[in-house]
Design a protein around this ligand. Structure first.
Ligand code: UDP
Length: 380
């Protein structure tokens, strides 16, 4: 009798869950693999759209929910919650003893999960390692890579960086970004229905705005989003703005959005829209502005121009549709916005993958000989 390999995936936000959903469904459907989902973080709070409902609606097996402390986002709250997640995830993993813990990206939830798994002698597989960015995501991502035994990198550049970090080349696989699997098909919500349901005018040029705080720069977040809204207004774009994530500084940015939403001609502000609708908005928008990973990874698949503001996505591999601006003034942001609008749409080419990442990840999780992974050591 062949045994089933149990994979535990940790999800902390809509961002990781949406990117991984098609891959997770494939894991759950693969003979020889079984999937447990452990949910925590932003998923659990109404302020961030109660996205635990989307996890439940997926039909995937939720093996456990790890509660965290609520409160206005701050560095202290984030750090304390890494501690809570470390305790809660450890208890979940001790109970379920999966064969592999699967994590994605660069957030505290994933750092907690990888730390727990390492201590319990459970191999960790990490998606999207080896990338570069700003904010505390950058060191946290690399720390997770150093705790991980198997790497599912999105690009050849990421693989190179992981090798330079001392990871064993045999365990680094270029899978592409799972968020691109089925992305164009997913973005098929009818434009008219989408716009009218959100109170937007489908005949007007439209921007999607998604701007998160940078943890080391919380003092400038409110000012910068104000400049972005001014520049968008000057360019006569109607704006769909999404609230930022739970990182320190998020509250101040959200407050500006709420204030501006109530003024005439202000943005339509939402906490969260389901991913199919969000990516449909990105597909139909004239520009995506802010610092979301969706501007770096997803927008290129639709050829949508992106204005990337500030340091959050610093040095990350880019497609040609991204225009960077430091965002140090309204004029600077306006210039980048005008350039993006002048250049218009791009061909749909995306360096982050070919839509087959999930397939590769499932194959590797099924077939890799876990005994060959060994203890973590630097390769040099
Ligand atoms: N996203 C979503 N609904 C939204 C906003 C974003 O499903 O209302 C998805 C988006 O398609 C992308 C991911 O969430 O896959 C990016 O999330 P976000 O900008 O919140 O986080 P980041 O990855 O930049 O930390």
């Amino acid at each position: 009798m062949t045994s089933v390999r149990r994979i535990a995936y940790i999800t902390g936000t809509r961002a990781d869950f949406g990117l991984m959903l098609s891959t997770l469904l494939s894991i759950a459907g693969e003979p020889g693999l079984a999937l447990d989902v452990i949910a925590t973080g932003m998923h659990l709070f109404p302020d961030y759209g109660n996205t635990i409902d989307e996890v439940r609606a997926s039909g995937l097996n939720i093996a456990g929910i790890v509660p965290i402390e609520a409160g206005p986002p701050s560095g202290g709250l984030m750090a304390r919650n890494v501690g809570r997640m470390l305790t809660g995830i450890t208890e979940q993993l001790e109970a379920s003893r999966p064969d592999v813990v699967l994590v994605l990206g660069d957030r505290g939830e994933m750092l907690a999960a990888a730390t727990a798994a390492l201590h319990l002698n459970i191999p960790v597989a990490h998606v999207h390692g080896g990338e570069l960015s700003g904010t505390i995501d950058e060191p946290i991502r690399h720390a997770i890579s150093k705790l991980s035994h198997l790497h599912f990198a999105a690009t050849a550049g990421s693989r190179e960086r992981l090798i330079r970090m001392g990871e064993n080349p045999d365990n680094i696989h270029i899978t592409g970004a799972p968020g691109l699997d089925g992305l164009v098909e997913l973005a098929s919500t009818d434009r008219s229905a989408l716009f009218s349901a959100s109170g937007l005018d489908e005949t007007r040029p439209t921007a999607v705005l998604l701007y998160h705080p940078v943890v080391q720069e919380t003092a400038i977040g409110a000012k910068t989003i104000g400049w972005m809204l001014d520049a968008l207004e000057q360019s006569q774009l109607q704006v769909l703005a999404l609230k930022p994530n739970s990182d320190a500084g998020g509250q101040e940015i959200g407050d500006v959005l709420d204030r501006r939403a109530s003024s005439a001609g202000g943005p339509v502000v939402m906490k969260h829209v389901p991913r199919a609708d969000f990516v449909s908005f990105v597909r139909h928008a004239d520009v995506l502005i802010g610092n979301s990973s969706s501007g770096i990874i997803e927008a290129a698949s639709f050829g949508t121009p992106v204005v990337n503001v500030g340091t959050r996505q610093n040095m990350r591999d880019r497609n040609d549709n991204v225009i960077d601006t430091p965002g140090a003034s309204k004029a600077q942001i306006g210039e980048a916005l005008n350039l993006a609008l002048r250049q218009g749409r791009w061909p749909s080419v995306n360096i982050y993958g070919d839509g087959k990442a999930g397939q590769r990840i499932v194959g590797l999780l099924r077939d890799v000989d876990l005994h060959t992974l060994g203890a973590k050591v630097n390769a040099y």
